[in-house]
Design a protein around this ligand. Structure first.
Ligand code: B16
Ligand code: MG
Length: 211
């Protein structure tokens, strides 16, 4: 008997990598504010929403900003980020990821559960706009990871209970969201070192040993 009936994938860091583009866009903003933002600090922003990411960056300085100022900064960062995303293409999906997705699609309904409000744009850039059975992203939720809302909505969209779905995540906030939502999880990348993840995988095709 199989253990899971559906798979929910995080996008950034699992299906493709936009980390560097997030970093470059935040770095441009942080430099303009003379804040000491670097690649290591950028790791803290993984899986976290845009506004929460901005708050973490602004916490590197002393100054307080109004909500309007923060909205303008987040918009500026996103404009830079979107310009960088234009460079993405289907070549940004590795052979390992693509073959694993195709193999799993023959057996399971598949969903995306991402904090990113740019999810649909990224999926179209990488040639996967119509691939998934459900896509729940930052535009569909009121609380971002580590809140489980994004995964609960993805399970619901697939008409599945959380206990029937496996969540695949690269970020600590995403694994915590899975645990809080009652999902088993497979941690990849940074999340492969987290004890709270149910499985620890080195590459996406390792899922084929679990599913
Ligand atoms: P946006 P995921 C997350 O995507 C990223 O990991 C995180 O770094 C980013 O701040 C967040 O999306 C919001 O992205 O500014 O595009 O709305 O890992 O949940 O797929
Ligand atoms: Mg991620």
């Amino acid at each position: 008997m199989r253990k899971y009936d559906a798979v929910i994938f995080d996008l950034d860091g699992v299906i493709c990598s936009t980390d560097e583009y997030h970093y470059l866009a935040w770095k441009e903003l942080a430099d303009s504010l003379a804040l000491p933002f670097d690649r290591q600090y950028n790791n803290k922003l993984r899986g976290v929403s845009r506004l929460e990411s901005l708050n973490l960056i602004l916490a590197l300085g002393e100054r307080q900003y109004s909500d309007e100022e923060k909205q303008a900064m987040a918009q500026k960062k996103n404009d830079t980020y979107r310009r960088l995303l234009e460079k993405m293409s289907p070549a940004d999906v590795s052979d390992d990821v693509l073959s694993t997705l195709n193999e799993l699609k023959r057996k399971y309904p598949l969903a995306i559960g991402s904090s990113s409000r740019n999810t649909k744009f990224i999926l179209s850039r990488i040639g996967l706009a119509d691939f998934f059975d459900a896509v729940i992203d930052g535009n569909d939720i009121s609380a971002s990871k580590p809140d489980p809302e994004v995964f609960l909505k993805a399970a619901d969209a697939l008409s599945q209970r959380p206990s029937s779905c496996l969540v695949v995540e690269d970020a600590a906030a995403g694994i915590e969201a899975a645990v809080r939502g009652g999902f088993d999880s497979a941690g990849i990348g940074d999340a492969s070192r987290l004890e709270s993840a149910t499985y620890h995988i080195g590459r996406l095709s390792d899922l084929l040993d679990i599913l």
